[in-house]
Design a protein. Structure first.
Length: 420
C-alpha cells in the first residue's frame, strides 16, 4: 500500500546565524545538491535535521553501506537551524537523564568523533526556583541525578547570583545548577554529522520531499519522492514536526504536533555581558544565555501559542518575557532586541520523545517528538536507532518511549518535570 503525503505549510527560519559556522563546515555539503536517487538503499532516513544526521552517521560508521538521507529543503533548515542549542542532563525522569548524559559525553568529544567544531560552551544550566514546592520537585530530581552520576545540586540565591549577576537573588528561593551542561551550535553539529556520514559512504539528497511509502504486506518496500522512488526495507522517520504526516504515509500513527517557539537577540552589548550559565526561570519559562556576537539570546515558551506550522518571527511573546524578567532579572526587562528566530517544537502529549520500531509495519522506525529536547538528546538517539536497525540491544531501554504508550494506557505516559 502506498500512502500519499498530506499537504502542510512550510517556510524557512528567519534571520542569519549568530556568526559564521566554524571554518571546516563552511560551504555546501558534498553530494548534497539535488541529483538522481539511488535505485535502492539499505536504510532511508527521512529528515536532515540533527536527529536524522546523527542516525545517518551512526549507521554509516557501523558499516551500513547504503544509507540515504532525504531532506526536502536544506540540512538544519527546520528546528535544528536555531543558532544555539542547550545540552543538559538535568531531568527528573531517569530515562531522560540517561539520554542527556550519553549525549553530553558525545558532544564534548565531537571534535574527535565525528570530527567537527560545534562551538560547545560548558557554562552549566541554572534553573531558578521561586517557591518551596519547586525546590522540593528539583531536590527530588537532583537526588536521582546524583545517583546516576550527574553533578547537579541545589544552591542558594546568593550562589545563583554569583553565577548569573543578572539575577535578583531576592526573587528566588533557591536554584538548581549543574556545571557540566551548556550549549552548542546545532547547525554546525548537523553539518559535522552529515559530513562524517558521507565519509563513511552515506548519501544525502536535498530538496527531495517524500511523497509516499510503500508498505505492501506489512513491510516497508519503497519510498516515493519528488525525485523518484527508492527501494528499501528500512525507513527511519526523523522528520520532526512533520513526522505525523510521514508516519501516516506508512499507516503508522505518530502523535506529533507542531508548535512555534521563538527567541530574540540583543545584538552586541556594551559593556559585554558576563559569561553566564544557560539560565531558566522554571515558573515563567523565561530563559537567556550568551551568544557568539557578544550579546544575549532571550527566550520564553509562550503559553498562548497555538499549534501550527507557521514559522514567522513576531514579538508579542516579548511582553510576557519582559514581565518575567522584571521579577527575576530586572536588567533584562528593558533590553532592546535586534531580531530573532522562530522554529517548531515537535510536541507529544506527554512532551517526551517517540523512539522505537512501529508495531504496524516491519521496517519502519521513528525518532521524533522531542518537544524541545531533540538537539540535546540527538547523539544518544542516533546510537539507539542504529542499534535498533541492526537488532542490537541499545545502551538504554527506550521501550517506554514507544508511540504505542498513548494507545489508551495512561499509566504508560512518561513523567518529566524539567520541561521548558
Amino acid at each position: 500500500m502506498v500512502h500519499s503525503a498530506p499537504s502542510s505549510e512550510s517556510a524557512p527560519l528567519l534571520g542569519p546565524l549568530a556568526g559564521p559556522l566554524p571554518g571546516s563546515l563552511a560551504g555546501p555539503l558534498p553530494g548534497s545538491l539535488p541529483g538522481p536517487l539511488p535505485a535502492s538503499a539499505e536504510v532511508v532516513v527521512i529528515g536532515g535535521g540533527v536527529v536524522g544526521a546523527s542516525v545517518a552517521f551512526h549507521l554509516a560508521e557501523a558499516g551500513v553501506g547504503n544509507v540515504l538521507v532525504l531532506e526536502r529543503d536544506e540540512p538544519a533548515s527546520g528546528s535544528s537551524g536555531k543558532p544555539i542549542g542547550g545540552i543538559r542532563a538535568q531531568f527528573s525522569d531517569p530515562l531522560n537523564i540517561g539520554l542527556g548524559q550519553r549525549s553530553l559525553e558525545a558532544w564534548r568529544a565531537f571534535t574527535t568523533r565525528p570530527g567537527a567544531d560545534i562551538g560547545i560552551e560548558s557554562v552549566g544550566y541554572l534553573f531558578l526556583l521561586g517557591s518551596d514546592e519547586e525546590v522540593a520537585t528539583f531536590q527530588q530530581a537532583v537526588d536521582v541525578q546524583n545517583d546516576l552520576g550527574v553533578r547537579s545540586r541545589i544552591i542558594t540565591p546568593r550562589e545563583a547570583h554569583a553565577l548569573c549577576p543578572y539575577l535578583d537573588p531576592r526573587s528566588v528561593v533557591a536554584a538548581a545548577y549543574s556545571p557540566d551542561d551548556g550549549y552548542a551550535l546545532p547547525k554546525a553539529a548537523v553539518h559535522g554529522y552529515l559530513r562524517a556520514a558521507q565519509r563513511h559512504g552515506a548519501t544525502l539528497r536535498t530538496h527531495c520531499a517524500v511523497t509516499g511509502i510503500d508498505t505492501d504486506g506489512g513491510q516497508v518496500r519503497a519510498v516515493h519522492t519528488t525525485a523518484g522512488t527508492v527501494r528499501t526495507k528500512t525507513v527511519v522517520c526523523a522528520a520532526g514536526p512533520w513526522s505525523a504526516a510521514v508516519g501516516a504515509m506508512a499507516g503508522v500513527e505518530l502523535p506529533v504536533t507542531p508548535l512555534r517557539r521563538q527567541i530574540a537577540l540583543t545584538g552586541p552589548l556594551n559593556p559585554a555581558p558576563p559569561r553566564i550559565p544557560f539560565t531558566l526561570d522554571f515558573d515563567s519559562t523565561l530563559y537567556f544565555h550568551n551568544d557568539s556576537a557578544g550579546g544575549l539570546v532571550l527566550g520564553l515558551s509562550d503559553p498562548r501559542q497555538e499549534p501550527g506550522f507557521g514559522r514567522e518571527f513576531s514579538r508579542e511573546w516579548l511582553e510576557p518575557f519582559r514581565a518575567a524578567a522584571e521579577r527575576r532579572a530586572p536588567a533584562l526587562a528593558g533590553l532592546k532586541t535586534v531580531g530573532g528566530w522562530a522554529g517548531l517544537y515537535e510536541m507529544t502529549p506527554d512532551r517526551n520523545a517517540l523512539i522505537g520500531r512501529a508495531r504496524e509495519v516491519v521496517g519502519f522506525l521513528y525518532a521524533t517528538g522531542f518537544s524541545g529536547h531533540g538537539f540535546l538528546q540527538a547523539p544518544a538517539v542516533g546510537e539507539i536507532v542504529r542499534d535498533l536497525c541492526l537488532d542490537r540491544t541499545p545502551f538504554i531501554d527506550v521501550g517506554p518511549l514507544s508511540a504505542s504508550r498513548f494507545e489508551g494506557h495512561a499509566a504508560a505516559v512518561r513523567p518529566e518535570a524539567h520541561i521548558i
